[in-house]
Design a binder for this molecule. Structure first.
Ligand code: B12
Ligand code: SF4
Length: 526
């Protein structure tokens, strides 16, 4: 491909209105390397569903790209919240666990509706990719499609089967791959494969991402190639994504971020991050989501977080708010103070369990006692906003005792922040490929290698929505009761019912893990 001829169209596939930071960064990177390449961003997240095909056609007819960069953010929908096809967790649990046949039937119907909407979205997105490519080839017969993004990174092996031959399927960050595509270079070394030509290498997802130092995104340029940019500027409650680092060094058994982004943490220079925030700030944005897998992945990155927050203050942006995933074991009083001063007004901590013993078995590397101490520091620094605490019950070796410990832990967090400020987000793990938990499921013969991780067929979905017996049905009943009592406050209801039924442990018990790990199975998997 001659540079001069390249016209790159970025199509963000339909998605809830989350800022399409992935394509923004990719196009910024390409522009910095190849200023002559014509680019355009087309965001289907800002288009009503009935108009998807028409709008895509129009965009291709107008721009006539020879390279179509499709960005697909999310596919998996298990969550305790209302998804696009209803509340997936509730439907599944009603179907699996309800004793009342009417509720079971409602769950089955809900599940069917959900499966229908899931498969419709899947096929619709695949259809949009095919349609776009075909249309572009009317103008540029050599036009090529490349697909990537969070969803593709997780399901790259499965998605390739349904894409047109010649499509490049990308895993993880796309900057280096696009560079090579534009230069017309060989892709063999990149984290990708070409449908119909190459097959994904074994362990492709475990390969390290390219080490590219990120500079501030140039929004002056972005707004010239993205006519709908203003859509995201209108709603002032919107949290616009800004990345401050990539990678996570941890090994949490169910998590794939650490594989997608790699274990090596790469810090985006603080001055560049601030310069990027400044450009958005000058356009009226006041809410930012630091899209890092973890904002403070380990203690050695505390200084980087401090530097960034100090520079935000020095830049005089004192009326912003920000949110992020925070490993609260990596805070210091100074950092807490800066977090409050710079306007952090929401954060999520994914401790998964309040039992130190289980946290250790899940290989999460958290010291729960330290988390509590740091939360006290954060409160003392003046943090008065909401913290969402992600719990996933029944991942491995859960017992009534460890549940009681989780309740004790949660109540302590409530004592620190105030019960109204601590939101228990009850997730059940959606099992993902390439995780330690998947290997564990193979070893335990819960899943067979070759299963389809994207299947929503009830017999597979029941295993992928991780809630194994013997406690599976117990949790099923608890959740059903919680939805019945108050589905708008599901997490708190679950905690209340568990406490009514099982009581609450002594906090000290929760914080102390027995030295001897009885069950080393999960640890042995890795
Ligand atoms: C931050 C984050 C959030 C934040 C977003 C905040 C915000 N305002 O932006 C919050 C908490 C809101 C969130 C919510 C959800 N998230 Co989320 N989130 C993430 C996370 C940690 C980072 C995403 C991100 O912005 N990264 C930074 C940008 C720059 O990277 P990027 O967009 O991925 O783009 C890069 C690459 O993907 C690639 N790329 C992107 N497009 C393309 C295209 C091509 C052709 C190529 C070559 C490359 C390429 O290059 C880009 C630049 O390097 C990822 C996990 C991860 N570590 O990636 C999950 C992730 C994207 N989320 C996921 C999910 C499922 C969700 C939810 C749907 C969960 C739920 N069930 O409720 C919700 C709802 C989202 C929605 N659409 O409504 C999944 C999606 C995959 C899947 N399993 O289906 C991920 C991958 C996590 C996971 N492993 O499960 N999320
Ligand atoms: S700390 Fe968070 S991002 Fe890192 S491996 Fe664990 S769950 Fe994943």
């Amino acid at each position: 491909m001659e540079n001069r001829e390249n016209r790159v169209l970025y199509v963000r596939l339909p998605c809830n209105p989350i800022f399409p930071i992935g394509v923004v960064y990719l196009s910024d990177h390409v522009h910095k390397l190849f200023p002559d390449v014509e680019q355009r961003i087309f965001d289907l997240g800002a288009v009503p569903p009935l108009d998807f095909a028409k709008a895509l056609d129009a965009s291709i007819d107008e721009f006539k790209p020879n390279l179509l960069v499709f960005s697909w953010r999310d596919i998996q929908i298990y969550a305790p919240v209302g998804g696009r096809g209803g509340n997936p967790l509730q439907n599944a649990f009603e179907f699996y666990y309800a004793k009342n046949p009417l509720i079971k039937f409602r769950g089955a119907l809900g599940g069917l509706r959900l499966a229908a909407s899931y498969y419709t979205e899947l096929w619709r997105n695949l259809g949009l990719i095919k349609r776009g490519l075909k249309r572009a080839r009317k103008y540029r017969p050599e036009a090529r499609a490349v697909v990537g993004g969070g969803a593709v990174s997780v399901f790259y092996e499965q998605l390739g089967r349904s894409l047109p031959a010649g499509t490049v399927v990308s895993v993880g960050e796309g900057e280096a791959l696009l560079e090579k595509l534009i230069k017309g270079e060989d892709l063999a070394e990149e984290r990708c494969y070409v449908v119909g030509e190459t097959v994904p290498r074994a362990k492709l997802i475990h390969e390290k991402p390219a080490n590219i130092e990120k500079t501030a995104c140039d929004y002056n340029y972005i707004e010239t190639i993205w006519p709908e940019f203003s859509y995201y500027l209108q709603d002032m409650d919107f949290y616009v994504g800004v990345q401050t680092k990539r990678g996570c060094p941890h090994n949490c058994c169910y998590c794939i971020y650490t594989v997608i982004e790699g274990k090596q943490v790469r810090i985006n220079p603080a001055d560049e991050v601030v310069a990027e925030i400044r450009q958005l700030y000058d356009r009226g944005i006041r809410n930012f989501w630091f899209t890092d897998a973890q904002f403070i992945p380990a203690r050695k990155f505390i200084d980087d977080a401090v530097e960034l927050l100090q520079k935000i203050i020095a830049a005089g942006m004192d009326d912003i708010h920000w949110a992020a995933y925070i490993r609260a074991d990596n805070l210091t009083p100074e950092l807490c103070d800066l977090m409050v001063k710079t306007g952090m007004n929401y954060f999520e901590i994914g401790i998964t369990s309040g039992s130190q013993e289980l946290v250790r078995k899940m290989r999460m590397g958290y010291n729960l006692r330290v988390v509590l101490e740091n939360c006290r520091d954060l409160k003392a620094a003046g943090y008065n906003d909401v913290v969402s605490v992600n719990y996933s019950f029944n991942v491995i070796d859960e017992t009534f005792e460890t549940i009681r410990q989780t309740i004790a832990y949660h109540r302590e967090l409530e004592r620190i922040f105030g019960a109204d400020k601590v939101e228990p987000a009850i997730f059940f793990i959606g099992l993902q490929p390439h995780t330690i938990l998947e290997e564990y499921a193979f070893k335990q013969e819960i899943l067979q290698p070759g299963y389809d991780p994207m299947s929503l067929m009830p017999w597979t979905a029941r295993k992928l929505l991780w809630n194994p017996e013997p406690l599976g049905s117990f949790f099923g009943q608890i959740c059903l009761e919680a939805w019945q009592r108050n589905s708008n406050d599901f997490g708190r209801e679950v905690m209340a019912i568990l406490e009514e039924k099982l009581g609450c442990a002594d906090l000290e018990e929760a914080l102390t893990a027995p030295v001897e790990i009885k069950d080393k199975q999960l640890a042995a998997v890795n």
